[in-house]
Design a protein around this ligand. Structure first.
Ligand code: SAM
Ligand code: SF4
Length: 361
């Protein structure tokens, strides 16, 4: 069964007028009607990418990229981060598309670091440009990188990314470690292609001082064109890892004081601090503990990856909204957020979908 997420522009939302007392003393924290607190913002800086991973993008690339004026400027993005921070967001992850293809991305990190009280600033990248940029990014205040790495076989990497060069990515991984960034290696396994590499990927990650994580293939974007059988579940991966891992969660680390994302971790069996992460949006829904909110490269606020609607924060800002009015839009959108995603909902129109690179993965 193929399930897809709506691709068409979301229904325009009318935000109710801001109550007079809203945020008059202090902006309220972002909490929804289920009591979920929002502390983690995933912020896309571009919908473009230099790779075409088979489960993410069509071979010819997406066909509705934002034009330059449609994109948020770095100043607009930094302002939004300030408003989110004042509303309780503690951790920001820049993503895309590929964030490092956005020209001068380093300047955004500098702007946000200088102007906001965000506790953790991190990014997700394919690492093709990280060898040159890891050190300057770390110096500008980036704390960590999640790097996508699905195979250690150079030929397979080129095929699955439709043209990527594994050597550049591995150079990026090493540069990130050398620059002192916290590195996680994110893998989406595809059955029949890369499932036999799970153990090798874990060994590689641990050998360089990174944390390996396995993300379940989702029926989003080009991923919805792969058969359901291509998905490799977390249970299967754990059993492939055999005696590398203990069946217990690792001890809590100091860095975990900032609320984390949805990964569940298992400790290495050898008693070392190594661990393996699993992100399982389909087999174990984590919606009830969701703490994240997304902004797309166009400045659309999405309460969920699978949201069918969005608020244009860009249009509000360009129409002269104050910080309080922006915060009201965030509060109102999240307070009306759906309880869960609809990846299992067969009534979702199969012919309309949007991939992770357009929303911000
Ligand atoms: N280009 C960067 C990268 O690849 O790390 C950041 C954006 S990418 C869209 C973010 C993450 O989304 C990657 O880890 C990628 O593997 C994941 N992703 C993309 N499409 C997916 C799908 N259909 N199912 C699961 N994960 C997906
Ligand atoms: Fe690009 Fe990342 Fe999508 Fe791969 S997963 S095509 S690197 S945006």
């Amino acid at each position: 069964m193929k399930l897809r997420v709506l691709r068409t522009a979301p229904e325009p939302e009318t935000i109710p007028p801001m109550p007079e007392a809203f945020g008059a003393d202090k902006l309220p924290k972002l909490v929804d009607k289920q009591g979920r607190r929002y502390t983690y913002l995933r912020f896309s800086v571009t919908d473009r990418c230099d790779l075409r991973c088979v489960y993410c993008m069509p071979a010819g690339g997406e066909d509705d990229h934002a034009s330059r004026p449609e994109l948020l400027s770095f100043e607009e993005a930094a302002r939004l981060v300030t408003v989110f921070a004042a509303s309780g967001i503690r951790r920001v992850r820049f993503t895309g598309g590929e964030p490092l293809v956005r020209r001068d991305f380093l300047r955004l990190i500098e702007l946000v670091r200088r102007g906001t009280a965000i506790e953790e600033l991190v990014m997700t990248t394919n690492a093709t440009r990280l060898a040159e940029l890891a050190r300057p990014l770390a110096k500008a205040g980036l704390g960590g990188v999640n790097i996508s790495l699905d195979t250690l076989d150079a030929e397979r990497f080129t095929r699955l990314t439709r043209g990527g060069d594994l050597r550049r990515v591995l150079a990026g991984v090493h540069a990130a470690i050398d620059a002192g960034l916290e590195v996680k290696l994110n893998t989406v396994l595809v059955r029949g292609e890369t499932d036999h590499e799970a153990g090798r990927l874990v060994d590689f990650a641990w050998s360089v001082g990174a944390t390996p994580r396995f993300i379940e293939l989702m029926p989003l974007g080009a991923g919805s064109d792969l058969p359901a059988s291509a998905k490799v579940s977390a249970e299967e991966v754990a059993s492939m890892l055999g005696d590398r891992i203990a069946r217990v969660p690792p001890a809590k680390r100091h860095a975990d004081s900032v609320p984390r994302g949805p990964a569940r971790y298992l400790a290495a069996a050898d008693g070392s601090p190594n661990r393996v992460g699993f992100i399982t949006p389909l087999s174990h829904e984590f919606c009830d503990t969701c703490n994240r909110v997304r902004v797309t490269a166009r400045g659309d606020l999405r309460a969920c990856l699978a949201s069918r609607r969005a608020i244009s924060l860009r249009d509000l800002m360009r129409a002269g909204a104050s910080d309080r009015e922006l915060a009201w839009a965030l509060n109102w959108t999240l307070s009306t957020k759906a309880d869960g995603h609809f990846f299992h909902d067969a009534s979702v129109d199969e012919h309309q979908h949007v991939g992770m690179s357009l929303i911000g993965g």
